[in-house]
Write a protein that binds this ligand. Structure first.
Ligand SMILES: Nc1nc2c(ncn2[C@@H]2O[C@H](COP(=O)(O)OP(=O)(O)OP(=O)(O)O)[C@@H](O)[C@H]2O)c(=O)[nH]1
Ligand SMILES: [Mg+2]
Length: 294
């Protein structure tokens, strides 16, 4: 007698939910990366008090019972004619094109400036739903409330549900783009680089972090331990000593902070060897900019 095989048990049902791409846009320092990290409860994007901490668009994937939302955390749009900054702005603009919905962050704790004008101009040309968000609502200065905006605080996780519900209204229903276990599409190299960059931004003076290029030279996993040889390229010789610090103390501290955080994120032992080298004017070199930021 022939046995009939029930193949239905081998076929994964296609899950359909509200699925789509959402671009976060706003001036530097308005809290975009902090929001992504707080929403998905994982560090996927570097955060610091310095403007333009994010230099390359990062994806954070949010999953819940009825949606999968892929957030583009874009670099803050700002006014500058520097080569690197032009590339950074164009990254943010590209993600506007790729998104289904745009969430515009406005930080009410700061005076609005030319950068807000520029973002307003940019959005005029985009025929997509734009949701206005007032960020950092936990701060005292953030008092200007308006009906057409949603106030959020990433510090207290306030306003998240309202924002998510509003985003979902504009998303199409379809199959998932990513497995529900993923919260980012970054590979290990990118994640290591991002955390090291964050520690550089958090531990060095105002200007230098922008001139440090983080490059993973070698990455190995052996006996459950991740070993990374990481080059930190500075744009001029005089920056080397500042980055290394007296008796190497600054560099050691950056390495240690990055290691501790990466061990938590990757749930593995991590060993990081940092090397500092000069790559003269790398931030003006079109080939380098294309390779790392293009
Ligand atoms: N009090 C308060 N501070 C916040 C909140 N969200 C972000 N911040 C702070 O604002 C600063 C900038 O945050 P980021 O998330 O790096 O801002 P960003 O918009 O990603 O900035 P760029 O990457 O430079 O475009 C950091 O010092 C954060 O700790 C918030 O909800 N409340
Ligand atoms: Mg950012």
């Amino acid at each position: 007698m022939a046995v009939e095989l029930d193949i239905s048990q081998f076929i994964k049902p296609t899950i359909e939910k509200k699925v789509g791409y959402v671009a976060l846009i706003g001036r530097p320092n308005s809290g975009k990366s902090t929001f992504i990290n707080a929403l998905i409860d994982e560090k996927v994007s570097a955060v610091s008090s310095k403007p333009q901490t994010t230099q390359k668009t990062i994806r954070g994937i949010y999953n819940d019972i009825d949606s999968q939302i892929i957030f583009f955390d874009t670099p803050g749009i700002h006014e500058s004619k520097e080569d690197l900054n032009i590339i950074i702005n164009s990254q943010a603009e590209t993600s506007l094109n790729d998104a289904d919905v745009i969430v515009r962050f406005i930080d009410l704790s700061r005076q609005r400036g030319e950068e807000e004008e520029k973002i307003g101009e940019l959005l005029k040309w985009i025929k997509k739903p734009v949701i206005l968000v007032y960020s950092k609502s936990d701060l005292k200065h953030a008092t200007e409330a308006r009906k057409d905006a949603i106030s959020i605080s990433s510090r207290n996780k306030n306003g998240f549900q309202k924002l998510l519900a509003t985003i979902k209204k504009s998303l199409p229903i379809g199959p998932l783009f990513y497995d529900e276990d993923y919260y980012t599409d970054q590979d290990m190299e990118t994640r290591i680089r991002e955390i090291i960059r964050e520690k550089i931004f958090q531990n060095l003076g105002e200007e230098l972090p922008y001139d440090v290029l983080v490059d993973i030279d070698n990455l190995e996993e052996e006996n459950g331990m991740i070993k990374a040889l990481v080059m930190l390229y500075v744009a001029k010789d005089s920056q080397k000593n500042i980055l290394i610090g007296k008796n190497g103390v600054v560099l050691q501290n950056i390495g240690k902070l990055a290691r501790v955080e990466l061990e938590k994120i990757l749930e593995k032992k991590v060993f990081i060897l940092l090397r500092v080298k000069t790559m003269s004017k790398w931030n003006k070199n079109p080939n380098v900019l294309k390779k790392y930021f293009g």
